[in-house]
Write a protein that binds this ligand. Structure first.
Ligand code: ATP
Ligand code: MG
Length: 294
């Protein structure tokens, strides 16, 4: 700022200079205040980004620890049981009872098979979770895929005194996908609907083409899911309060987390609606191949 020069005897000129200087000072102070406000806002944003990041890191670390705990827990019981069976046989307690030895070895075989299934599911889960591994894709006839499931699902349903009502429209679309993974996803959803139903209930499976998607809807009249739990059901190892072993519902909480990742990897979506004690509806949508694409 350049101040004007005044005669020593000219008080009015001095007053002008002082006012000009004062005005400048005021505007500088205002700019300074704005800058300080900016700095404060930036540091607030940085602090909240940091807290968010920190909370996420803590959450991930906890999830990792829980994951290790759950997997170890699930592996420990069957492996301990196989170990005990082998010890009984090797120690010669059943030397003369070949029939009993066979029974125990068969039991061990079933437990080992469960472990292999679990490890297989975990491998698929981490492969999809990383999102790096390719999945092999081919053109799938959804009608064929669903009909390959009906016998197995009907058998499981009738063992539980449940009836499946299959509503599969004519002209079901083709989709691109991995048949093994998608079969697993559909089977898991129908399996849940049967497992969480009450004896005598009905499960309705609808398959149709809707807009540009293949839609499969599985509706049951079973135990339902608590509203506050609905947001958690795709988390690995999550099990609803009413779905635990004390209610005679076996499981690990792995099925839906796998289904979600399979459907996501196929560019589809999954929605679950539920009312406690009334029933649950799962809706899976996958992009259909349009006629001219075939
Ligand atoms: N159709 C359903 N009706 C009621 N609850 C359901 C239904 N489907 C899923 N759930 C709830 O969601 C939870 C997670 O389901 P998910 O399939 O992942 O695990 P799970 O069935 O408990 O065990 P797993 O599938 O590993 O054998 C279940 O424990 C249950 O609480
Ligand atoms: Mg399940």
């Amino acid at each position: 700022m350049k101040l004007k020069k005044c005669q020593i005897t000219d008080p009015e000129c001095h007053l002008d200079v002082i006012q000009e200087w004062h005005g400048d000072l005021e505007s500088n102070i205002a700019t300074l205040i704005e800058n300080l406000k900016d700095i404060k806002n930036h540091s607030r944003a940085a602090k909240s980004a940091f807290s968010e990041h920190y909370a996420k890191t803590v959450e991930l670390t906890k999830a990792k620890t829980r994951f290790t705990y759950e997997v170890s827990h699930e592996l420990k019981a069957p492996l301990a049981s196989v170990y005990n069976i082998l010890n009984v046989i090797l120690d010669g307690y059943l030397e003369k009872d070949v029939k009993r030895q066979k029974e125990l070895l068969n039991r061990a075989k079933v437990r080992i098979n469960d472990v292999i299934k679990l490890l297989n599911d975990l491998l698929i889960f981490s492969h999809l979770e990383e999102g790096t591994g390719e999945i092999e894709i081919e053109k799938i006839d959804t009608a064929e895929l669903l009909s390959s499931l009906t016998e197995e699902m009907d058998t499981f349903a009738s063992e539980n005194n449940i009836k499946i009502d299959w509503n599969l429209s004519d002209g079901l679309p083709h989709i691109y996908g991995n048949p093994e993974l998608l079969r697993r996803a559909f089977a898991n959803i129908i399996h849940n609907a049967i497992k969480y139903s009450n004896s005598g209930n009905q499960v309705k499976v609808t398959g149709k083409k809707e807009n540009n998607s293949f839609l499969i809807k599985v509706k049951d009249q079973g135990i339902g899911i608590k509203k506050k739990e609905l947001t958690k059901i795709f988390n690995i190892f999550f099990r609803g309060e009413n779905a635990r072993p004390e209610h005679k519902k076996e499981g690990m909480g792995l099925g839906l987390s796998l289904v979600k990742r399979i459907i996501d990897a196929h560019g589809g979506s999954i929605k679950m609606k539920s009312k406690l004690h009334k029933g649950t509806t799962a809706e899976l949508r996958l992009p259909a191949i349009q006629k001219k694409e075939k």
